[in-house]
Structures are given as structure tokens and as C-alpha cells.
Design a protein around this ligand. Structure first.
Ligand SMILES: C[S@@+](CC[C@H](N)C(=O)[O-])C[C@H]1O[C@@H](n2cnc3c(N)ncnc32)[C@H](O)[C@@H]1O
Length: 267
């Protein structure tokens, strides 16, 4: 199956869990880019890879009069965005956007660019759908140690003989955009003039229960666990749950680096 199609099916299947257990973790991590996009007087905004729409309230606050459009490949993610906001939603691939040229004044790409097999093609599409002078903001992971407890999951999943992560490498291209310099180069290559690119270390404090829940529903463990037959699957979950419960304090702090960039389509 085409890796992007497979990824969209995956996001559709986890959409409810994403909205409940993950969106509130990464939503605030994306927000610093909005302050640098100067959105106050913008009329038409594209939230590309909008997912369940976690950034819609922040976009509405930054651009109170704007018309917002959410675009995503995963219908299931957009269903939640539709249910929870009045966002106009369009199922479309970032590499072939279903919008006319110069249709938007601003575009946000929060935690999506690394999922696109050809990120340069997506940024060329962003350039095309922005009016001259329009602004794009991107958010990607810098150094991401992974949520706490990931080494425990890896150890136990390997020990019980779970197959590797079924996700294709072409939809996990974090290393092509994990520094401000790499992001700036990608944006310039697509004809967008990079105005700012920077990184910030952010922090989220988990509880062991919340961590176990998110990892069994959304993350790499949730993709590897189905590869185990019972009773190994239950035993693996139980073993990880016990080990996560011993983490406590600093062991439950998630501190990834996030890379932000703001660029403009030249006049
Ligand atoms: C990590 S989520 C981020 C969602 C949202 N921006 C947020 O911050 O919560 C990535 C989103 O990108 C979407 N996506 C992945 N590849 C895509 C593509 N090629 N075109 C459009 N959307 C894509 C996924 O379906 C998913 O909703």
C-alpha cells in the first residue's frame, strides 16, 4: 500500500485517541509560531495537516476575522475537527493541494511536513496557494528523545518478539527538517523567503497512567503491539505498565526540541 495512504488510514483509525490523549500535548508546543506570523489582519488561512483541529482556537485568537480552512489527508481526523469547530475541512494531500493559486494569505503546517514523502513538493504547493506576500509557518521536531518510557517499550516489545514499526521511512522524515538551518533551506528551495527559523526546548509532565494510555493508543507501541499474539501482548503491556509506574518525577518529563520557521512568498 502507498505509505501516505497507509499513514492516513492509521491517523483515521486513531483520530479519537489522538484528540483525547495527544492533541493537548503537542497543540501548545506549536503555538509559538503563530505569534511570529503576524496574523491579526489576515483574511484567509490554511491549516495544512490540521488533524483534529487542535490549533483552531489559537488561530481564531490570532486572526479573529479570518476564514479558516483545514486540510488533511485523513478523513477521520477532519471528522473530529468538523465536530468540534466550524472549520471548513478539505481532504487533500499536501503534495497536490485541492485549492486554486493564491487562495490564501497564510498557511500553517504544524507537525506535518515530516510526514510528507516529498516535503519540497508540499512547500512548492504552499508557495502556489499563497498570495504574493503571504506568510507560511512551519513546526517540526528538532531533537525529540521520544516520550518518556519509550526505551522501556522498545526493550519489552523486542523481548516479546514484536515486529518492527510498520510505518514506512518515507512518512517519517524528521531528520530532513530537525534544525532551523535545514528548515530555512527547504523553504528557500521552494521559493519562500525565510524570515525566521529557530528552535525551543519545550516541556510536558506526564503521569505514568496517561503515558501508558497514549502509548498504547497513538504511538509506536500502538503500532507494534498488534504484532504480538495473546497471551504475549497482555504480558508485554503488563510488564511495561509496571516499569512505567517506577519512573516518577524527572523520569516522566518529556523535553523535546521544536523547530519553528516563518517564511513569505515574495512579491
Ligand atoms: C501529527 S498530526 C498533526 C495534526 C495537527 N497539526 C496538530 O498539531 O495536532 C499530522 C497530521 O498530518 C496529516 N498528514 C500526514 N501526511 C499528510 C499529507 N501528505 N497531506 C496532508 N496531510 C497529511 C495527518 O493525517 C495528521 O492529521
Amino acid at each position: 500500500m502507498d505509505p501516505s495512504h497507509q499513514l492516513s488510514a492509521e491517523y483515521t483509525s486513531i483520530a479519537e485517541a489522538y484528540a483525547k490523549h495527544w492533541a493537548s500535548v503537542i497543540g501548545p508546543m506549536a503555538q509559538p509560531v503563530l505569534g511570529r506570523m503576524a496574523l491579526a489582519n489576515v483574511a484567509r488561512i490554511l491549516d495544512l495537516g490540521s488533524g483534529t483541529g487542535v490549533l483552531i482556537p489559537a488561530l481564531q485568537a490570532a486572526a479573529p476575522n479570518a476564514w479558516l480552512v483545514g486540510a488533511d489527508r485523513a478523513e477521520g481526523m477532519l471528522q473530529i475537527a468538523r465536530r468540534t469547530s466550524d472549520l471548513a475541512c478539505v481532504v487533500t494531500d499536501a503534495q497536490h493541494l485541492a485549492f486554486g493559486s493564491q487562495a490564501f494569505d497564510a498557511a500553517l503546517l504544524a507537525f506535518v511536513l515530516f510526514h510528507v514523502p516529498d516535503p519540497s513538493a508540499a512547500l512548492r504547493e504552499v508557495h502556489r496557494v499563497l498570495r504574493p506576500g503571504g506568510v507560511a509557518g512551519t513546526v517540526t521536531w528538532g531533537g525529540d528523545p521520544g516520550v518518556p518510557g519509550l526505551p522501556i517499550w522498545k526493550e519489552e516489545l523486542d523481548r516479546f518478539g514484536a515486529a518492527p514499526d510498520p510505518r514506512d521511512a518515507s512518512v517519517m522524515q524528521h531528520d530532513r527538517m530537525d534544525t532551523p538551518d535545514k528548515l530555512a533551506a527547504l523553504l528557500q528551495h521552494a521559493g519562500l523567503a525565510c524570515e525566521a527559523a529557530w528552535s525551543e526546548e519545550v516541556e510536558y509532565r506526564w503521569t505514568a497512567d496517561a503515558l501508558f494510555t497514549v502509548q498504547t493508543r497513538c504511538g509506536v507501541a500502538s503500532r507494534r503491539l498488534p504484532g504480538l499474539a495473546e497471551p504475549e501482548r497482555a504480558a508485554c503491556r503488563q510488564r511495561v505498565r509496571e516499569r512505567l509506574a517506577t519512573l516518577g518525577g524527572e523520569g516522566l518529563v518529556y523535553r523535546p526540541t521544536v523547530v519553528y520557521a516563518v517564511a513569505r512568498r515574495p512579491h
